[in-house]
Design a protein around this ligand. Structure first.
Ligand code: AMP
Length: 414
């Protein structure tokens, strides 16, 4: 049997990647306009990194991490998310006290049950504002989210936002929720009973009716955070009220242990069950948790597979494409020199050298199929005269015989 790709790990073919390139270009332009710099960290990291950052009680660590022993018997894992690696890298470089605005992109891996919008290998682009305390940086990241959606032509979306308070507030609320839920354990859905013992806050994310019913009378997060935190959240939401659909959701806790302070998710009804396509929040303690010096931080990640479904900006700027067709009776590799000359003359143009000896007619057919705008044709006759045919491939386009110098002059000014 042929070898197949692994479940939940799709290939991306050239036709798929066209939209990816548009998306990646838009995002990188946008980050540059906010003066963010790119960082690239390894896909494979020590397993300890993720159990200390994402948290031993999270689904990601318990069920979804791709972990294995390397040849030195050390446990390593494919990264399930991007922030841990970025913070590890900054600690390793002893840059915790510098303020930095960074972005990253790349594959992430989670052993989840694959379905539409949920894969085992997927792509994220993320932003991290390191060294920025709670305040204007929250405003800036929401602003960035609004701009990203706008520049990709996404209109129907909403931002759910919550404040998790300080680590102590988070712990107090977690304890209170646990105490409330334990007497109701029998009534909880089976999955949520598991969560209650491993990660009680995640019970709030439950989509099960039986659990939701019990949660109606559960302690409320807003009663466990300070009045400053509450008014910060309220002001932030008010500020953006007229720019986007932003709403407080006090059940939003997010799956990763490291969040404290503001957390948010961007969702769209158009995505179906997996409706969140951006998510993030503040993680002021992650650096210390990983053995670094204190470094406050906030960030978010975009799921590219999901945002691609929503993006309506599709038209890539048209780049002129030229087919180089050489049809000599006897192959003469020296004629390939023209390809060097053309590429030197104008590197902005896509020059597709067909590298084929097929008949002119079939090569022209191919040029049309590939949507080439022009063709440079060299047959025996032209080659003998040191000339080429320059053919406009548009519907009523004409053709002319040109010497090499004239061809290069035309090509330069395309
Ligand atoms: P998270 O790190 O879980 O907050 O995820 C951030 C974003 O990554 C989500 O909003 C999704 O768009 C995307 N994402 C997370 N898990 C997956 C997955 N298994 N497949 C595809 N996209 C995902």
């Amino acid at each position: 049997m042929n070898i197949q790709s692994l479940r939940g790990m799709p290939d991306l073919f050239p036709e798929d990647l066209k939209n990816w390139h548009i998306l990646e270009d838009e995002l990188s332009k946008l980050f540059t306009s906010f003066n963010c710099d790119e960082i690239r960290t390894p896909i494979l990291e020590s397993t300890d990194l993720f159990s200390r950052s994402v948290g031993g009680s999270s689904d990601i660590i318990n069920k979804e991490l791709y972990s294995f022993l390397d040849r030195n018997n050390e446990s390593v894992s494919l990264r399930p998310e991007g922030s841990s690696g970025v913070v590890r890298a900054i600690i390793q470089k002893k840059q915790e006290s510098e303020r930095q605005k960074l972005w990253y992109q790349g594959q992430m891996f989670r052993y989840e049950r694959p379905q539409k919008g949920r894969y085992r290998q997927f792509h994220q682009v993320g932003v991290e504002y390191l060294g920025y305390e709670q305040g204007m940086s929250e405003y800036e990241l929401i602003s960035m989210i609004v701009n990203i959606n706008q520049s990709l032509g996404i209109e129907k979306y909403s931002i759910k936002i919550n404040h998790l308070g300080s680590p102590e507030d988070k712990q107090d609320f977690c304890d209170a929720l646990k105490s409330f839920l334990i007497p109701h354990e029998e009534g909880l859905h089976e999955k949520d009973r598991m969560r209650l013992s491993t990660n009680p806050l995640r019970v709030l994310d439950s989509k099960e009716e039986s659990t939701k019913e019990i949660l109606r009378n559960a302690p409320k997060y807003e009663d466990y955070i300070s009045s400053e935190a509450k008014s910060f959240l309220g002001d932030l939401v008010d500020h953006y009220q007229d720019r986007c659909n932003i709403q407080i959701d006090s059940t939003l806790v997010r799956g990763l242990d490291y969040y404290t302070g503001i957390v948010f998710e961007v969702i769209s009804e158009d995505l179906g069950a997996q409706d969140a396509y951006m998510g993030g929040g503040r993680y002021d303690n992650l650096s210390v948790q990983l053995g670094g010096k204190p470094m406050v931080a906030i960030g978010f990640a975009i799921g590219l597979e999901r945002i691609l479904e929503l993006m309506t900006v599709k038209a890539a700027p048209h780049t002129i494409k030229v087919a180089l067709i050489i049809t000599l009776e006897h192959q003469d590799e020296k004629t390939y020199k023209i390809a060097h000359q053309l590429r030197e003359a104008n590197s902005e143009i896509i020059l597709d050298a067909f590298l084929s000896n097929a008949r002119l007619k079939s090569q022209l057919k191919r040029a049309n199929k590939l949507n080439c705008d022009f063709a440079v044709i060299i047959g025996d006759e032209e080659s003998n005269m040191n000339q080429v045919i320059w053919k406009d491939l548009s519907e009523h386009g004409d053709q002319k015989l040109l010497g090499i110098e004239d061809l290069l002059a035309v090509y330069k000014t395309l």
